[in-house]
Ligand binder design. Structure first.
Ligand code: AMP
Length: 627
């Protein structure tokens, strides 16, 4: 299933991608056949399919689709809990291969991270995936082998489950593996960060050491990045706070004493081999040269060709801030992946961050798609009750007997929205990932998807339902007012305040002034009220109807918070189990503690002073579902 190839051989890698995408349909059939052959006798699958999954070992996709239920995490949680807690052999429950670890996702269930099963073989699948990213980048950017990559990568401490399995984030698992240590694309120590600094469990020390190594090797650096855009921006903030100390270390050739583990110190010292006052002067000059840090990345790492970070989905709101710091460098979002499975690759890494699409690799898992309307409501489908189609039934999550109709990978339609459902080699069957994707095109037979949002991330006061994409679009409109005045919106989140009648939307904004890097405290109330109104005007017609006609939603409020507030929010989320690499700012705040963090740091509150436009006849698609 996993062809071997040399990632440094661009031609060979690209040919392999052509082969995979030309044969997407056949590969998908084979993947499902292989999964059922391996795991048909597991307790989980036997519940749905009597005897051998395909009937006497013969693979039967229709039977699989008809009988095996489409599930969410809550459905499989009892199995996962047994694997995490039980003394019985995990291999009989969901997978014939032993579950070797549980990967903790950024999604939560009952306040705890969801745990996804993984097997030894799965590490090879991820490695195969990472290896395929290399020829794609090499195709578009020459000479990457002539220099280094400053990728800021982090691990999180693991925990052990009662059954003795390791529970940890997927990236921690990968970085600690021998596959990462022996990554073939790091033949000539391409990364500026020694592995010891990546594997350092203290994220502050890790960040410091990695930035120090990156600065010392600045002349070699051809690309910089982190996993998500938010992590890279956090690194820039860290640099703002620590550049004097970093320069002093470079000047003396000695790493600060608070880096307190000898192997980390030794790893840094192998790069910071001697005092270098010339380099320290240069970095100091660039950091002090202008009040504003506009273009600082290009100034500090002048040979850098691009910034590699995931910039799609909820990360899209960082695009303008990153562009501010980047000095015109392309922002490259290479891959789409999760703890459950690695999904797809961006075949056009230099495309605009707003136009990124990912091509799902057909040998990663068996992919199915639930059609959703643009507003991410599930399409009303025919549901089958004991084989009898009932055309009047609408999807109800709790309905035990339903069978959701799915579309195969090669049958999705351009322009349509789908929720991703996966069957993996590691024991997830027809599992709803919770991501909504839109088909933008095909590469050979393999569809390409734009990441739209995670399912059901919404604000709602009355019959309105605002999803993450709607919110981002509306917030983006307010940026058009703020940016010409020199304000950058660096972070935002929202909250449905129902403590008043009627309730209203509250947006928390963290602003920074372009010019002097100072706090955005001196805000003109008139301008901020305009921002509130522009957000309201950009929200959908149901929202506007509730505001204008029904009076069921009060004026939208923007609360501006102090600089650093969203770092505090992140620290809080990390303390609750999120990992640094995978952290995404929640776009809607539900927890009381998180809300307190934001509310304690409010420096200005502003309300919309006008009623947004709404006309009865302007019926938008979403209304047919929402009203
Ligand atoms: P986790 O399991 O914590 O690693 O989170 C995986 C989730 O992160 C995915 O299901 C997506 O919702 C999101 N994600 C991962 N990669 C991307 C991407 N390239 N663009 C947008 N969202 C992504």
């Amino acid at each position: 299933m996993l062809p071997s190839f040399d990632p440094n051989d661009t031609e060979q890698g690209l040919q392999l991608l052509e082969k995979l995408t030309c044969n997407a349909g056949a590969i998908q059939e084979k993947v499902l056949e292989e999964i059922l052959l391996r795991n048909g006798e597991t307790e989980y699958l036997r519940k749905f399919i009597n005897g051998r999954s395909g009937g006497g070992g013969v693979y039967d996709k229709q039977k699989f689709k008809k009988n095996v239920k489409v599930v969410s995490y809550e459905d499989i949680k009892p199995c996962i809990d047994r694997i995490a807690n039980g003394s019985e052999p995990s291999s009989s429950i969901i997978s014939s291969q032993p579950i070797t670890e549980l990967l903790t996702s950024s999604g939560t269930s009952g306040g705890q991270p969801k745990m996804m099963p993984s097997t030894a073989e799965d590490l090879d699948r991820k490695t195969f995936f990472y290896n395929l990213l290399v020829p794609v980048m090499n195709k578009y950017i020459d000479g990457l082998d002539q220099g280094k990559a400053m990728y800021l990568l982090f691990v999180k401490p693991e925990t052990s489950t009662p059954s003795g399995l390791m529970a940890r984030p997927v990236l921690t698992s990968y970085y600690k593996s021998k596959n990462f240590k022996n990554r073939p694309f790091n033949r000539y120590n391409v990364y500026t960060s020694p592995d010891e600094t990546i594997l350092c469990p203290d994220n502050k020390q890790s960040m410091y050491c990695q930035l120090l190594c990156g600065l010392v090797q600045r002349d070699d650096v051809l690309r910089v990045g982190a996993i998500f855009a938010s992590a890279f921006l956090r690194a820039i903030k860290f640099l703002e706070d620590h550049w004097q100390e970093l320069c002093s270390n470079i000047r003396t050739g000695r790493v600060s004493d608070w880096i307190d583990v000898s192997s980390w110190r030794a790893a840094v010292s192998s790069i910071l081999t001697k005092p270098n006052s010339k380099l320290a002067d240069l970095i100091e000059y660039e950091c002090c040269r202008s009040e504003s840090w506009e273009g600082i990345i290009k100034k500090l790492w002048p040979r850098t060709k691009f910034i590699e970070v995931i910039i799609t989905g909820s990360m899209a709101q960082y695009i303008s801030t990153l562009e501010f710091y980047s000095g015109g460098l392309p922002l490259v979002s290479t891959m789409y992946a999760s703890s459950e499975c690695y999904f797809g690759i961006n075949f056009k890494p230099l495309s605009s961050p707003y136009d990124v699409s990912y091509t799902l690799l057909p040998n990663m898992a068996y992919f199915e798609f639930l059609h959703v309307e643009k507003d991410c409501q599930e399409v009303i489908q025919d549901f089958h009750f004991n084989g009898v189609s009932d055309h009047t039934c609408i999807c109800k999550e709790e309905d035990e007997e339903k069978t959701l109709e799915t579309v195969d990978l090669v049958d999705v339609q351009i322009g349509q929205y789908y929720e991703l459902v996966i069957t993996t080699f590691t024991g997830l069957y027809r599992y709803r990932v919770g991501d909504i994707l839109m088909v933008t095109g095909f590469h050979n037979k393999a569809p390409q998807f734009k990441f739209i949002q995670r399912r059901n991330v919404i604000l709602s006061i009355d019959s309105d339902k605002t999803n993450e994409e709607d919110l981002l679009n509306a917030v983006t409109k307010s940026k058009l007012i703020l940016e010409p005045l020199g304000f950058l919106l660096t972070e935002y989140t929202s909250f449905a305040d129902t403590s008043t009648i009627p309730g209203h939307y509250v947006l928390f904004y963290e602003l920074k002034t372009k010019g002097d890097r100072s706090n955005g405290e001196y805000l003109d109330p008139i301008i901020m009220e305009q921002c509130c109104f522009s957000v309201e005007e950009s929200l959908d017609s149901v929202y506007r109807r509730c505001r204008k006609k029904d009076n069921s939603i009060g004026p939208l409020e923007i609360r501006v918070v102090k600089n650093g507030t969203f770092d505090e929010l992140m620290d809080y989320c990390l303390s609750q189990g999120s990992s640094v690499n995978q952290y995404k700012t929640p776009r809607c705040i539900k927890s009381e503690e998180a809300l307190n963090i934001l509310n304690c740091r409010v420096i200005g509150k502003f309300f919309s002073k006008k009623i947004p436009f709404w006309e009865a006849f302007r019926m938008e698609k979403s209304e047919t579902y929402l009203n």
